[in-house]
Write a protein that binds this ligand. Structure first.
Ligand code: DI6
Ligand code: FE
Length: 405
């Protein structure tokens, strides 16, 4: 009898969505040493190929672990009161201009210690994991001082040590103008460029730099200064752009080789073309669209025509998307933005990984890290079709079954 190696595992008779498409027939998947080592149609599978492998699962749908490529998961407090104000007709911008909105979360987050932020954020992270996430991007942006932004990034990194999940961090110092800089936005941008970015880069705390390019955020000229500083420090670039108006933020980001431009409801054809030319991913955030009761749709058909890759993310945050359920995002991407279920699932796996510059993730292919989800459903499209917690049977991270039901 061959001995069973604990690092060699088989999933048999699974329907596979490989990150881009659903494979035609039931498959057998071999994982060895944390990576996908083999992938065969189940009926062609030859036992000799996987000698010593333990069967880890049979039946169901196997997808790459979900990649949530845009979250603001770390913050203190909540904004339920503001939610009610908005239901009564006060706009997101009005609340922001009156010192609420993002700045309300900034006050709570500045007052919180690292441990308090961990305690506040862990339940949200756990909710994402329970719905299949194996990689999550977490932004700063509720600190807005060098010390508080770095504190948020350290908390994000620590979350990745506390749970079996990959955490990618993004410095979003240019999320809102803090009150102590009122009327001095350019000075604040200097702080981001000259202190926050160099410190985050030196301490290895940020993988990318993001900006909020918007009337209530930062101007394209200010964002450009931030991109130059990010580039000088070897950090990738992302943008919150064209969410509430069209300032050309996506095209600007694309010119700087941005990994992604996110939200993009107001994106025009020139912006789509610029993104296509630069290979910048369009990150769609239907949760924020839904919660803000927006009506202006992102230019999905143009993105398709120009071949811009589309990712889908939760934007989990206390203001515009207090939602920690990625499969609900797949549903909303279909119902609100008319993505196909295949596009939505690809948007939460292969394309989301691309938006993080991680072409190795979000795929089921030989050689890829074995971050996988086994779901108790019949076909992949059900993940976008039905909104239902508890369908995850197993979550596999780096080849280990880290959750099993
Ligand atoms: N746009 C958003 O939707 C989030 N950030 C941003 O720039 C909202 C953040 C918040 O309201 O707390
Ligand atoms: Fe966001």
């Amino acid at each position: 009898m061959p001995t069973q190696s604990t690092s060699k595992r088989l999933w048999r008779d699974v329907q596979v969505f490989d990150g881009l498409v659903q494979l035609d027939e039931a498959m057998t998947v071999l994982v060895e040493d944390g990576r996908i080592a083999g992938l065969w149609p189940a009926r062609e599978f030859n036992e000799a190929r996987a000698e010593g492998a333990a069967c880890a699962g049979r039946g169901g749908v196997l997808t790459p672990g979900l990649v949530d490529c845009h979250t603001h998961l770390v913050y203190a407090g909540n904004r339920a009161g503001e939610f009610e104000q908005r239901l009564e007709g006060v706009s997101y911008e009005e609340i922001a201009r009156a010192g609420g909105g993002i700045l309300s979360s900034v006050r709570a987050t500045r007052a919180a210690s690292e441990d308090e932020l961990i305690a506040a954020s862990l339940p949200r992270l756990d909710a994402l994991l329970a719905d299949g996430v194996t990689t999550v991007e977490i932004k700063s942006g509720y600190g807005l001082t060098a010390a508080d932004e770095l504190k948020m990034l350290r908390v994000a990194r620590r979350l990745g040590e506390l749970r079996p999940v990959r955490v990618i961090t993004t410095l979003l110092g240019a999320h809102a103008l803090p009150p102590e800089y009122a009327g001095r936005a350019d000075d604040y941008v200097s702080l981001v460029c000259e202190e926050m970015i160099p410190a985050a880069a030196a301490e290895g705390l940020a993988d990318a730099v993001d900006v909020f390019c918007e009337g209530i955020g930062f101007s394209p000229a200010q964002c450009e200064r931030i991109y130059q500083a990010a580039k000088a420090h070897g950090l990738a670039i992302k943008a919150h752009a064209e969410q509430l108006s069209n300032l050309g933020g996506s095209a600007l980001a694309a010119r700087y080789g941005a990994l992604s431009a996110d939200h993009i409801e107001y994106l025009d054809e020139a912006g789509v073309r610029a993104m296509a030319e630069a290979g910048t991913v369009a990150v769609l955030l239907p949760g924020a669209f839904h919660v803000l009761r927006e009506t202006r749709l992102p230019p999905i058909e143009l993105l398709r025509q120009y071949g811009v890759p589309m990712a889908v993310a939760s934007d989990a945050n206390p203001g515009t998307s207090p939602i920690c359920m990625p499969t609900l995002m797949a549903n909303l991407a279909c119902t609100l933005f008319r993505l196909t279920p295949r596009e939505a699932l690809s948007g939460m796996t292969a394309q989301a990984a691309r938006a993080l510059g991680r072409l190795d993730l979000g795929r089921i292919e030989v050689g890829a890290p074995a971050d996988l989800c086994l779901w108790d459903i019949q076909q992949p499209a059900e993940l976008a079709y039905a909104v239902q917690a508890g369908r995850l049977r197993q979550r596999v991270f780096k080849g280990e079954v880290v959750y099993a039901r």
